[in-house]
Design a protein around this ligand. Structure first.
Ligand SMILES: Nc1ncnc2c1ncn2[C@@H]1O[C@H](COP(=O)(O)OP(=O)(O)OP(=O)(O)O)[C@@H](O)[C@H]1O
Length: 227
């Protein structure tokens, strides 16, 4: 469902051109849980942002659900992201003046879904991530792990075909990290959502079905695991 074909990327800055990714080719199947593993600066976030349609590559094609998103106009791309793609960030990115439930509902507000339907869906997802009882609280009243669960519920509310997560457990202690990974695995099993998760931790990557390893902008290993 997601193909990356001969993708290369370079940034331009005052010093000149900085090559970051070189000739990346990969395929991610529907429903897979994939880790993008590599050390700092290897290009993981750049590749994730390209696959999520947040930037366009210098070269190459990126196919999601049968469409080459590199060819999309900015407007078409924004619309495609809203309906097909979910995001989970290391720093949760919740709005502090909205309740947990309102945060989860937000993507549906932008899609014009009516309030009663939004509310019902948000509450169902909050229950799925174990936060049904906290729906009326504000982000500051939750722990980091709980806030990340809210952002996971928010990423799922539009029923995207793929969710991209950039170091989703980067701000959490080991025990909470394990809880979050377990929730993602459970949602992957129950909802068949495809997850692509950036991590620099081999222990996190080992728990995914597929591990893609980047080294200095090159894909050096694509490993399928039995988990
Ligand atoms: N906007 C930019 N302009 C110039 N260079 C950039 C830009 N963004 C990233 N880079 C460079 O691209 C390389 C890869 O960065 P990227 O953030 O993709 O790596 P990463 O593997 O996600 O690293 P980390 O684990 O530290 O987040 C780095 O050398 C970085 O300095």
């Amino acid at each position: 469902m997601l193909h990356v074909e001969h993708v290369s990327h370079a940034f331009r800055n005052a010093q000149g051109v900085v090559p970051v990714l070189q000739d990346i080719n990969l395929t991610i199947q529907e429903g897979q849980m994939v880790a993008l593993l590599g050390s700092s600066g290897s290009g993981k976030s750049t590749l994730l942002n390209l696959m999520a349609g947040l930037m366009k590559p210098t070269e190459g094609k990126i196919w999601i659900a049968g469409q080459d998103i590199v060819r999309f106009s900015e407007n078409r791309l924004a619309e495609f992201r809203r309906s097909h793609i979910g995001f989970i960030f290391q720093s949760y990115e919740l709005l502090s003046n909205l309740t947990i439930r309102e945060n989860v509902e937000l993507p549906l507000v932008f899609m014009g879904v009516r309030p009663s339907k939004r509310k019902e869906k948000a509450l169902r997802l909050l229950e799925q991530v174990g936060l049904g009882e906290k729906a009326g609280l504000f982000p500051s009243q939750l722990s980091g792990g709980q806030q990340q669960r809210v952002s996971i519920a928010r990423s799922l509310i539009t029923e995207p075909s793929v969710i991209f997560a950039d170091e989703p457990t980067g701000n959490l202690d080991t025990e909470t990290e394990e809880e979050i990974i377990a929730i993602l695995q459970q949602l992957n099993r129950e909802m068949k959502t495809t997850f692509v998760i950036v991590t620099h931790e081999a222990e996190v990557a080992e728990q995914m079905q597929v591990v893609l390893t980047l080294q200095q902008g090159k894909l050096v290993e694509q490993q399928a695991q039995s988990v």
